[in-house]
Ligand binder design. Structure first.
Ligand code: SF4
Length: 610
């Protein structure tokens, strides 16, 4: 077997024991890596209904056969666990040297299980694993933690750590690396905290495995060069994802005041061109020549990395039109290890609740000081308000009551990311059917939809969503960054070529799509097993607001989604996926994807249709 190291490091935190476990070529070919490995391990090893914060939960770091190789944007790591925020499958990806080092140390994945007795740092250096006392780091921000660990173990060490939010089990705590690269939106950082695992530090010196190293190097270099020739490359380097602010404003989909509107009167002040005036440098993930992290100085004159999602959610969505203030909130969230998307979504929610006098506290739109306070309170679990909001927007709306459920902006408990969808049914369905709740990373269909006509609810849109979910799942499995393909048009055909040079396997895009479908269906089975008979198509619905509250501003004033048409599009989606009317995979589709054992297990929880 080439391309994979063939090893998973099993780390038992309770027993302070780590053992390397081999996997075979069949496992590698069936699940590829990254999200595929994570979904398979979580399905096989978790009992249905376990508490996500129990020692039984698994915390997975997984890479794929292209991770870390010298080819465009390959420095990505999938982190996954049962989510404490949604109760279902949760994952995210993070750009970090830790994944390059993990592979160089001789592993494609780490699986953490059990719970350490006290705060711990796990250090892996090639074949040696140490369990170090992490008490001194507990309570510190991620920036300081990583800096200290690198001082101690050398600058080349790859570090992933959690901040106070993860320690305090905020249900949308993530993990951070390299001062601002975050991942694990559905509370994967909180799972790490529940295991008393403060940080993982990795150093590896081995050669990455490859079937044809010469060819892989050659293709990698050609890929980097190709990216430089793309017409959008120069502009991308200037603005990265931040230009999406202007694009969304123009297209009435910029989340504004808790997704109530799609345009923001101060969009220019937080957009790509405003950012350029403040920009001091670029940061990026390993092996990437598109470095899209834009660094600006915040109100305290400290460097803060901004991108589209965190500006939209901590800016327009909370009515804040000062980019330096937005950057400050973002930096604060990063240092605490809080997911910026969920945090901005929840601040917007509580601002609306305050406006509607559903909470006593006065929290006005655009109030920077108050937003800062809320972040502090959430991360430190400091006040009643902090403790309430730390549970996520779904929980907060259940507690606050009245009609707040209608404008609690989440799907399956995961807060919606950067697009308001009153005018874009396909993007709404992409959120509704994403693997871990409302995340754009599974199908960013909105740009295609706006070009091809946003009004319709037809089959072509359903096909497009599935096509994008397949392609994006492929990136999650390989595991590399999708942005060269999405943003500058780096052709998708490069990837089967890379895979062939890395593994020796000749796989077509269709072969890779089958792996993506298998993984997506297994993830659906995981959700269904957790929810059992409660599972039905309402789990894939998007918030009521998009059906009931028309936009009141901009060129799409009056627009809202049509519920009946959304539901019929959802049924079309199920049919094409081979799922029944409840959104549960049928027995025959499970069999077709090589998941007969999954069908057997799942039938203990729900009745499967044939
Ligand atoms: S394009 Fe951006 S997110 Fe992707 S690898 Fe490069 S720096 Fe990271």
């Amino acid at each position: 077997m080439h391309g994979w190291t063939g090893n998973i490091l099993r780390v038992n935190l309770t027993k302070k024991k780590a053992i390397a476990q081999e996997f075979d070529a069949d496992f590698a070919r069936t699940w590829m890596g990254g999200r595929g490995f994570a979904a398979k391990i979580l399905w096989d090893e978790l009992k249905s209904g376990i508490d996500a914060f129990s020692a039984e939960n698994r915390l997975i770091f997984a890479a794929g056969p292209l991770t870390g190789v010298s080819l465009p944007s390959s420095g990505k790591l999938v982190v996954a666990a049962k989510s404490p925020l949604t109760g279902g499958y949760g994952d995210g990806n993070i750009g970090t040297w830790a994944c390059v080092m993990m592979r160089k140390a001789g592993y494609d994945a780490f699986v953490f299980e059990g719970k350490a007795e006290k705060p711990t740092v796990v250090k892996v250096e090639d074949d040696a694993t140490e369990f170090l006392d992490g008490t001194d780091y507990w309570g510190r921000g991620v920036f300081e933690t990583e800096k200290e660990l690198k001082k101690k173990y050398g600058n080349v060490t790859g570090v992933v750590s959690i901040g106070k939010a993860g320690e305090n089990r905020v249900r949308y705590a993530n993990m951070i690396s390299q001062e601002g690269r975050g991942g694990g939106r559905p509370g994967i950082g909180a799972v790490m905290g529940s295991k008393n695992l403060k940080a993982v530090a990795i150093k590896g010196t081995k050669e990455l495995p490859a079937a044809d190293i010469k060819e892989l190097k050659k293709l990698g270099l050609e890929g980097y060069k190709e990216i430089l020739t793309k017409p959008n490359y120069k502009f991308w380097k200037r603005q990265g994802t931040v230009s999406t602010i202007e694009w969304c404003q123009e297209n009435s989909c910029l989340p504004t005041r808790n997704f109530r509107e799609g345009v923001f009167d101060q969009a220019d002040a937080i957009g790509g061109f405003a950012m350029e005036k403040l920009k001091i440098s670029n940061r990026g993930c390993p092996q990437c020549n598109m470095t899209c992290g834009n660094v600006i100085t915040d109100v305290d004159n400290k460097p803060a990395e901004v991108d589209y999602e965190n500006i939209a959610l901590l800016g327009s969505n909370i009515g804040l039109g000062n980019l330096k203030e937005v950057a400050h909130l973002n930096r604060l969230c990063d240092d605490y290890g809080l997911d910026t998307i969920s945090m901005g979504n929840i601040i917007g929610f509580i601002m609306e609740a305050s406006e509607k006098k559903l909470v006593l506290e006065k929290i006005e739109w655009g109030d920077f000081e108050k937003a800062k306070e809320l972040i502090e309170e959430v991360a430190n679990n400091k006040s009643n308000m902090g403790a309430l909001l730390a549970q996520g927007v779904r929980y907060a709306s259940e507690k606050i009551g009245k009609d707040s459920k209608n404008w609690a902006m989440h799907v399956k408990g995961l807060e919606i990311s950067g697009y308001t969808c009153q005018t874009t049914p396909a993007m709404a369905l992409a959120y509704g059917t994403a693997a871990s709740g409302a995340h754009h990373k599974d199908a960013w269909v909105i740009s295609w939809e706006i070009k091809h006509g946003r009004e319709s609810y037809d089959e072509t849109k359903v096909d497009k969503i599935i096509e994008l979910q397949r392609l994006r799942s492929m990136f999650e499995a390989l595991t590399t960054c999708r942005l060269p393909w999405v943003e500058v048009g780096f052709e998708i055909d490069w990837y089967p070529r890379y895979l062939r040079a890395a593994t020796g396997l000749t796989m077509t895009l269709e072969d890779m799509h089958k792996i993506a479908d298998r993984t997506y269906t297994l993830i659906r089975a995981f959700w269904v097993r957790e929810f059992g008979k409660q599972w039905n198509s309402s789990m894939d619905m998007v918030p009521n607001r998009w059906f009931t509250d028309p936009l009141t501003k901009g060129s799409f004033k009056g627009a809202k989604l049509d519920r009946t048409k959304y539901e019929s599009m959802l049924q079309m989606y199920y049919h094409k996926r081979g799922w029944d009317k409840r959104g549960i995979p049928t027995e025959s589709s499970l069999r077709r994807l090589g998941l007969s054992n999954v069908a057997k297990e799942l039938s203990k929880y729900v009745q499967l249709t044939s």
